[in-house]
Structures are given as structure tokens and as C-alpha cells.
Design a protein around this ligand. Structure first.
Ligand SMILES: [Ca+2]
Length: 468
């Protein structure tokens, strides 16, 4: 009897040690995979126009650090986002058009919606490859606790759940650590920068993903005092200088830590500029934020990765924020989700300079609104100008059915639909197919349950305030 018991115990011990060994091998394998992967930094600005950088043609805004990135990296001239904040951020997190992931509006603090827990997010995927993940700045994908970035793949969060002008606070992970009654960007941006620099330094020996979601240059413009009056373009120029300084500080930190060549650094804006207030500039494009004219959805983008991306490279293909998730998966060595439609494409071969003949995307489509296909752009509904001055009628609308030749007319000024009925028909058909496919394969935005959620939030806030 005793011998049998010892035999059973021995088997259990052998089995346990084998399981332990397997776990160790898997764990060490994962670390081995992760250790040689590059870091990824996404610096996303808020409402910066296509023409709001020196390297994208501005003659009055000074952006020496960003210009340097551009000179050493790849410039994307046809990079698309959505026309406003939350949808672009949702597309970055999901690799899918915001329409597919269920939200095309700005998520405000009164809304009971946010990113769906069923989404497989960019940071979740990178975490599965052994990355440490951090977000600094503006989240804007739901204000409630359940939507907090640390519940959606981020190990670290320092910043705001929504826009500062909605009266919120600064969070560190799940906790609100500072109350903010009014928007004072300039006061907070050094704190954001410090948090980002701290995150880089803490993780200098393992791969990390840092999403620096700057609240600049969103209105109202309140530069930090050290930048006030430093530009040729008034307060807006001062804020752009501050952004540029932040980019420079992050690059300097990477350099100090010996990580420059081990880091893919991406700079982009979340949507076009706010026009009509002596501020942002959409460069050669029509209109700005809140519209699907090029000025609203085409933004500056630069990717910098010395030793991998050829300095001074240019990408004139249709690309977009949706491409970041599959590209990051390729870099990290993990598969994107296969149980759902991901709209983005892996552009890593293009970053490496491979001679790939197939286009990244044939089209960029805003479902039910516009389709860009090659040089052509068709509006399938009337487009109104964006923002206040748009509503006041200072800038014109464009009728449904307008066709623009973006190569000859990037400013979308001449409707050539009458000259090209076959192109109009082709693009209309492509839009119909895209909308049909989207309706069959879209996913819902996350929603709070109807029960007492608002009461819970108020209580939580009260408790947090008491703890402060
Ligand atoms: Ca924005």
C-alpha cells in the first residue's frame, strides 16, 4: 500500500516538474522573442493640420525636431484618419474603421459608451508578445471605469479619460489623482512629458509600446509659459513649438537610453485642423476637422526607425491609422485577430523598403460618405464644411455625386463627375459593396448597463476625492 502511494506521489512530482519546465520554456521563449523586438512610440497630436509642420510645407510654423524626424525617416503624404477625435483613436486601438468598431461620434463625458471589452486592442496584442504598454495623454474612448485604458491592454496610464475642456481630471492608472476644473494644457503638458520619459527609462531594457496622445494643439490654445510668445504665428505657433519640443525631448531620451535604432517612432495627427480662427492649416487640402474633405481626414504622418527605414523615404500610397495594429503585430511577431475583420494592412515591408508591387489599399472609404480610389474621390453624400465658420456658411458645401481628381486638384475645387460617368459608376459600386460588407461585419461599441451606473460613477468620484 505504502509502495503504491509513493509511486503515485513520484508520478505527481514528475508531472508537476514537467509542467513547470514547460511553463519555464514558454516563458523564457516569449522573453527571448520579446527582447529583440523594437520599441514602438506613437506620438498622436490633436487637431494638427496637414500644413502645420515645416516638413509638410508650413513657412511660418517652426518644427525643427519633427522636420528632423522627417528627414531621417519616411514621410506619408496620403495617410488617412477619421474626421474627429474618438473615431480615430478607436481605429488606432482596433485596426478597424471606427464605423466597423461601432462609433463615428465624439464620446463625451455624459455618454454611456466606450471601447468594447470584446475588441482585441493594439496594446493587448503587443502585451501578448511580451511588450510593456503605456499611454500618456488623452484617451477619449469612454470616461467610465470599465473603459479605462488599463482595462484594455495598457499596463500604465497617465492622462485624461476625455477632453480636458469637459471638466475632468488626471488619472494614474485607475485612480483620479488630480482634479481639473478648466482647460489648462500648458500647465499639464510638462507632466505628461515627464510621465512619458519616466516610462521610457523604466522600460529601457525590454520592448515597450508608448502611446503619447498629446492634447495639443486642440483649442483653446494655452501653451506652457516657456513657449508663450516664442513663435512667428501667435499662440497657435507657440503651441506647435511646444509639441515640437516634446517630440525633441522624447527623441533625446531615446538617444540617451541607447534606444534610437531600436525604436519605431511615429508622429501623426488625429484629424484635420479647426479652421476659421487663425489657427490650423490643412495645407493644400479643402476644409478641416469635422468633414470628410481631405482637410479633415488626411493628416501628416512620419515614421522614424534608423537602420530600418531609409532616410528621406516617401510613401505616397493610401495608408492610415488602421494600418498600425497589423504593422505592430508583424513587428512584434504576433498574429492579428482572425475572428473578425481588420481593415488595416501590414505596412512593415514598405517600411523596410521592400519592392512590393501590390498597393497597400486600393481605396480609402468613409462608409456612406466618401471614397478615395487611386487619384479619384467621390462624394456619395453632400459634404458640409466643418466647424463654426462652416455652419455660418463662410466655406462652401459640395453636392452629393461630386467627383474630384486629387492628383490634378488636391483642393477638391472642381467637380469633374460630368466628364467621367464611368468612374463615378465604378466608385459608387465600390462604395455600395463596402457598405454592404461593413453592415455584415461590424461590431458594437461598448455600453454601460442601464442599472445605476451614473450613481456608481458619482460615488466612485466622491471616494477618490476623499482619498486624495
Ligand atoms: Ca482631434
Amino acid at each position: 500500500m505504502k509502495a503504491k502511494r509513493e509511486e503515485v506521489l513520484r508520478k505527481i512530482l514528475v508531472c508537476t516538474s514537467q509542467v513547470f519546465l514547460c511553463a519555464m520554456l514558454i516563458f523564457s521563449g516569449k522573453l527571448a522573442i520579446a527582447a529583440d523586438r523594437p520599441n514602438i512610440v506613437v506620438f498622436l497630436t490633436d487637431d494638427q493640420g496637414y500644413g502645420d509642420l515645416g516638413c509638410f510645407g508650413s513657412e511660418s510654423l517652426e518644427t525643427p525636431n519633427i522636420d528632423q524626424l522627417c528627414k531621417q525617416g519616411m514621410k506619408f503624404t496620403d495617410f488617412y484618419v477619421h474626421q474627429r477625435c474618438s473615431p480615430t483613436r478607436l481605429a488606432l486601438m482596433t485596426g478597424s474603421h471606427a464605423h466597423r468598431a461601432g462609433c463615428t461620434k465624439v464620446i463625451y463625458n455624459k455618454d454611456r459608451i466606450g471601447i468594447n471589452a470584446d475588441e482585441v486592442t493594439t496594446p493587448e496584442l503587443l502585451k501578448s508578445a511580451g511588450y510593456t504598454t503605456g499611454i500618456v495623454g488623452k484617451w477619449h474612448l469612454g470616461e467610465w471605469d470599465t473603459f479605462n485604458p488599463t482595462r484594455h491592454g495598457f499596463d500604465f496610464f497617465y492622462g485624461f479619460m476625455i477632453d480636458l475642456d469637459q471638466g475632468t481630471g488626471i488619472y494614474r492608472n485607475l485612480n483620479r489623482v488630480e482634479s481639473i476644473k478648466r482647460k489648462t494644457d500648458g500647465e499639464h503638458s510638462p507632466k505628461l512629458l515627464d510621465a512619458a520619459i519616466g516610462f521610457i527609462k523604466e522600460n529601457n531594457e525590454r520592448p515597450f509600446f508608448l502611446y503619447y496622445a498629446s492634447p495639443l494643439p486642440h483649442t483653446p490654445w494655452i501653451p506652457n509659459e516657456r513657449f508663450q510668445g516664442t513663435s512667428q504665428r501667435g499662440t497657435y505657433g507657440d503651441v506647435i513649438r511646444e509639441i515640437d519640443w516634446q517630440v525633441g525631448e522624447l527623441m533625446r531620451t531615446l538617444e540617451e537610453q541607447g534606444l534610437t535604432e531600436k525604436t519605431l517612432f511615429i508622429f501623426a495627427s488625429d484629424n484635420g485642423p479647426v479652421l476659421g480662427i487663425n489657427g490650423g492649416d490643412a495645407g493644400p487640402f479643402r476644409d478641416g476637422k469635422w468633414t470628410d474633405f481631405e482637410g479633415g481626414i488626411r493628416v501628416p504622418c512620419i515614421m522614424h526607425w534608423p537602420g530600418t527605414i531609409t532616410p528621406g523615404a516617401n510613401c505616397g500610397q493610401i495608408t492610415g491609422i488602421i494600418d498600425l495594429l497589423p504593422t505592430f503585430c508583424a513587428i512584434a511577431g504576433v498574429d492579428p485577430p482572425v475572428d473578425r475583420v481588420i481593415d488595416g494592412r501590414n505596412i512593415l515591408p514598405y517600411l523596410k523598403g521592400a519592392d512590393v508591387r501590390t498597393p497597400i489599399h486600393e481605396s480609402f472609404i468613409v462608409p456612406g460618405s466618401v471614397i478615395r480610389h487611386g487619384r479619384w474621390k467621390l462624394l456619395v453624400r453632400e459634404l458640409n464644411p466643418g466647424g463654426k465658420s462652416g455652419r455660418e456658411g463662410k466655406r462652401p458645401s459640395a453636392r452629393a455625386g461630386s467627383l474630384f481628381d486629387l492628383e490634378a486638384d488636391p483642393g477638391e475645387t472642381r467637380d469633374v463627375s460630368a466628364d467621367h460617368p464611368e468612374i463615378v459608376a465604378d466608385l459608387q459600386r465600390r462604395m455600395e459593396l463596402a457598405v454592404e460588407e461593413l453592415e455584415a461585419n461590424s461590431r458594437p461599441i461598448g455600453r454601460l448597463p442601464d442599472d445605476h451606473a451614473s450613481e456608481t460613477r458619482r460615488k466612485e468620484r466622491k471616494m477618490e476625492t476623499q482619498q486624495m
